[in-house]
Design a protein around this ligand. Structure first.
Ligand SMILES: *Cc1c(COP(=O)(O)O)cnc(C)c1O
Length: 368
């Protein structure tokens, strides 16, 4: 009899499928790394901010020491920038860490977690990892159906994940609807509002979720340094919640979950308004470039407010996988989303103008 280690709910987890690394595609398809364009993981095409690079160079000297476990300087910088008290802040090894800390600190095995169909892949992972029950609510027009999510909450629900903007669909719900949803959720249920792409919103779309935290002891807002701030490889993000929830999550986190280089880089990136502005601009420009090409080619896509676009690769059941493979052979890495239940679609991250162009040229030849 083969030995089955671990609980059933852990063995049932489907591992996270990330974007293929450039080195792997070069090896598999016999391509030069320099010729490969990666538009698969919603990374910042501008690279890391120069300000963050400088801050890390200065921080190198102290790497024999443990990081500041409480992230004093970074919390002060977050507090200064966003006007939140430092005891509302939880630092995470990526905002992924915050999502997991919320699940682990709030939900017992057997209790339920509510999230939307086609929402971020980490929600099912975080739910299954703790033996909790997922209540997956059907999406509406590829986005969250908030009234249906409210209705899906049961006695044993402890957590609701809402991504705004959502990944992988790029959909957006305006602030008033989100606020009304938060007000409607029973007080025994905690809402994680995942704002990994909030920096890309236009001024008219913006809302202040941190102000809602003051009114709602059951709200956690998560932010990431991986997208607009350009620090994906460092793994850093943060959560904002009232001290009750913040204290709970901080009991569970690893004492040194955020490394020293990440803390130093994040402080610099937070203050680098010019980089953030440029990131948003190049993204808006790239969105117009990609969607103009999709329109011209008659390709269906979901309008996106993030730094990526979900587009329909074809009508076959495995159109996404087929087009993905053909693109890989041409050195273009995008993201298949079959694991999200979208096997006919692909997600492309918005790159630099020349990267977007290389993708468009390759897609045209693949679909010809
Ligand atoms: C990318 C992403 C994150 C988190 O990324 P980290 O690198 O862990 O900060 C969180 N939520 C969504 C919806 C994302 O797309």
């Amino acid at each position: 009899m083969p030995m089955n280690f671990g609980p059933d709910y852990v063995r049932a987890i489907a591992p996270y499928q990330g974007g293929k690394p450039i080195s792997e595609v070069a090896r598999e398809f016999g391509l030069q790394e320099a010729s490969i364009v990666k538009l698969a993981s919603n990374e910042n095409p501008l690279g890391i901010p120069e300000s963050a690079k400088q801050a890390m160079m200065a921080a190198l000297e102290d790497l024999s020491r443990y990081p500041d476990s409480n992230g004093f300087d970074l919390k002060a910088a977050i507090s200064a920038k966003f006007g939140v008290p430092t005891d509302w802040i939880t630092l995470g090894n990526g905002s992924n860490d915050i999502l997991e800390l919320a699940a682990r600190s709030l939900v017992s095995p057997g209790q339920s977690v509510v999230y939307s169909q086609y929402s971020f892949a980490v929600y099912p992972l975080a739910t299954q990892a703790i033996g909790a029950r997922a209540i997956v609510v059907a999406a509406k027009d590829f986005g969250h159906d908030l009234p249906a999510m409210r209705a899906a909450i049961t006695e044993d629900t402890r957590l609701v994940f809402v991504a705004n903007p959502n990944n992988p669909t790029g959909t957006f719900i305006d602030g008033e609807q989100i606020a009304a949803f938060i007000r409607s959720v029973p007080s025994h249920v905690v809402i994680v509002l995942d704002e990994a792409y909030t920096e890309y919103l236009s001024p008219s779309q913006r809302y202040d979720a941190f102000a809602w935290v003051a009114q709602h002891p059951n709200l956690i807002v998560s932010r990431s340094f991986s997208k607009a701030y350009g620090l994906a490889g460092l793994r850093i993000g943060f959560g904002i919640a009232q001290p009750g929830l913040t204290d709970l999550m901080n009991r569970l986190r690893q004492p040194f979950n955020v490394n020293s280089l990440a803390q130093a880089a994040a402080i610099a990136a937070l203050q680098d308004e010019a980089f953030l502005k440029k990131s948003a601009e190049i993204n808006a420009q790239g969105y117009r470039q990609l969607t103009a090409a999709f329109d011209q080619m008659g390709i269906t896509y979901v309008p996106s407010v993030g730094n990526f676009v979900l587009f329909r690769a074809g009508d076959d059941d495995n159109a996404g996988a087929k087009v993905n493979l053909a693109l890989l052979k041409q050195g273009i890495i995008v993201r298949p989303v079959g694991n999200y239940g979208l096997p006919q679609w692909l997600r492309v991250s918005i790159g630099l103008p020349e990267e977007n162009e290389a993708f468009i040229v390759a897609l045209k030849s693949v679909l010809a």
